[in-house]
Design a protein around this ligand. Structure first.
Ligand SMILES: CC(C)(COP(=O)(O)OP(=O)(O)OC[C@H]1O[C@@H](n2cnc3c(N)ncnc32)[C@H](O)[C@@H]1OP(=O)(O)O)[C@@H](O)C(=O)NCCC(=O)NCCS
Length: 413
């Protein structure tokens, strides 16, 4: 194949990029033009990259959406990789691999410390250091059970200030969501920006209600309500919002939610949820370990130190030996020495523990192992998958404590 090069997508490339998109996923549906204009505007100028051949013909493209994502309740800059597609006649020759590597490098330059994506094929992204981080979970409830919660809430609380949300509520909704992530120490959910919320409310894209101390955002189609966001600081606010969601049970008997699988609605529902769970896997990557670790939140009572050696050819900022230290809810990743970086983590022997010499007693992972560790996979699981070697059982336990989390993503992108 002719020589491949990557460069920023510019305005004039957009028709070619859209044509490849349509050859990959079919034509844009209703409202698709507006969506395309919006995502292009969001990523042109550094966040949309093309792979071109020697005559500058666009063969593939991908976008890095600028997101904020909670890890341990604190929000980090996350590059959401989306819109990766390759011209069908140029497939199977490394175009996408070239592209994803360029996207990782660009995220490092932009200051996105972690990255996530919803893959159609895991292999492609594993090559660039991504690993499965978790699943997006869709729970399904009978609307009449949720309606019942509303009756209870209204009786208990009287007035809750319930009203439809308007664009000027965007700031308050954003602040409530940020505070809620911090309060519950969650990992995974993305925070809608004030601008994104304002735009969504202005365009009437989704239905949204606010109460004192909470809000809900949902969609209604095909006799089902789909809840995308529900934040409540009090039981009364939660009950009132769930009541609104369920109030249309006569016309929309089913309610889907894309929330924390441990949303407390499960604890207060006056009936069993319909056990109909749908899960969509997502992948994650650490782009800048030092920055990400400093930004992540940790339990206030956790005090632990652990060593880790990372081999990461595509994000050299991650490579080397690290001392990870957590105290008073904050983490610090400090370079411990200049341990030589390798391309990939070695495969451990049958007992899962390799001699310590090679990594000086520390666990050794590649980019995929680091991604999985970051997302709360235990070291024992990483060893089983051949994604970690070296270290000791004591070191494993320390790393498990450092990265313990059950991450979930609520928004598909
Ligand atoms: C998936 C896609 C981006 C791959 O582009 P490409 O330039 O052919 O990819 P590469 O040549 O760099 O291949 C990289 C690896 O991806 C994997 N891969 C590529 N196409 C695949 C497919 N259709 N199914 C499963 N895995 C696939 C393979 O493991 C491949 O490596 P291998 O050929 O050595 O086994 C391209 O087929 C495409 O545009 N598909 C439609 C849109 C899409 O699914 N985009 C991804 C959104 S997350």
């Amino acid at each position: 194949m002719s020589e491949l090069r990557t460069r920023d997508v510019v305005d004039a490339d957009l028709p070619a990029v859209l044509a490849i998109r349509n050859r990959s996923f079919g034509p844009l549906g209703t409202g698709g033009d507006l969506w395309w204009q919006r995502v292009s505007a969001e990523t042109l100028g550094g966040r949309m990259i093309a792979v071109v051949d020697e005559s500058d013909r666009v063969l593939g493209a991908g976008r890095i959406r600028p997101y904020e994502q909670a890890w341990g309740g604190r929000h980090l800059r996350m590059g959401g990789v989306a819109g990766v597609y390759v011209e069908p006649s140029a497939r199977g020759r490394g175009v996408a691999t070239t592209l994803t590597r360029a996207l990782v490098t660009r995220m490092g330059e932009l200051g996105d410390v972690v990255s996530c994506l919803f893959p159609t094929t895991a292999t492609l992204y594993r090559r660039s250091g991504y690993e499965i981080g978790g699943v997006q979970t869709r729970m399904t409830y009978a609307a009449h059970h949720l309606r019942g919660l509303g009756a209870t809430g209204a009786r208990r609380a009287g007035m809750t200030g319930l009203r439809p949300a308007v664009p000027s509520d965007a700031r308050q909704m954003h602040d409530l969501a940020r505070a809620s992530s911090a309060r519950h120490g969650v990992s995974g959910p993305m925070l809608r920006s004030v601008a994104a919320l304002t735009g969504m409310l202005e365009r009437d894209e989704l239905t949204a209600y606010v109460v004192d101390g909470g809000f809900v955002v949902y969609d209604l189609s095909e006799q089902a309500v789909t809840v995308e966001d529900l934040v409540a600081t009090t039981p009364e606010a939660a009950a009132t919002l769930w009541g609104v969601v369920g109030s249309g049970s006569s016309a929309a008997p089913t309610v889907h939610t894309f929330l924390d699988p441990r949303d407390p609605v499960t604890l207060v529902l006056g009936g069993l949820p319909k056990v109909k769970v749908q899960q969509t896997p997502w992948m994650a990557r650490v782009v800048d370990l030092e920055g990400a670790f400093a930004g992540r939140g940790f339990g206030g009572h956790l005090s632990v130190e652990a060593d880790l050696v990372v081999d990461d050819a595509e994000a050299p900022a991650n490579a080397g030996r690290w001392r990870l230290s957590v105290r008073d809810g904050r983490g610090t990743a400090t370079r411990a020495d200049n341990a030589p970086a390798r391309g990939i983590a070695g495969t451990p022997p049958a007992d899962g523990i390799t001699p310590n010499g090679e990594s000086g007693g520390a666990l050794r992972v590649g980019a995929r192992g680091l991604a999985a560790l970051w997302c709360g996979w235990s070291v024992s699981r990483l060893r089983q998958a051949g994604l970690a070697s070296g270290g000791s059982l004591d070191g494993d336990a320390a790393l498990d404590d450092v990265f313990a989390c059950q991450p979930f993503i609520t928004e598909y992108f």
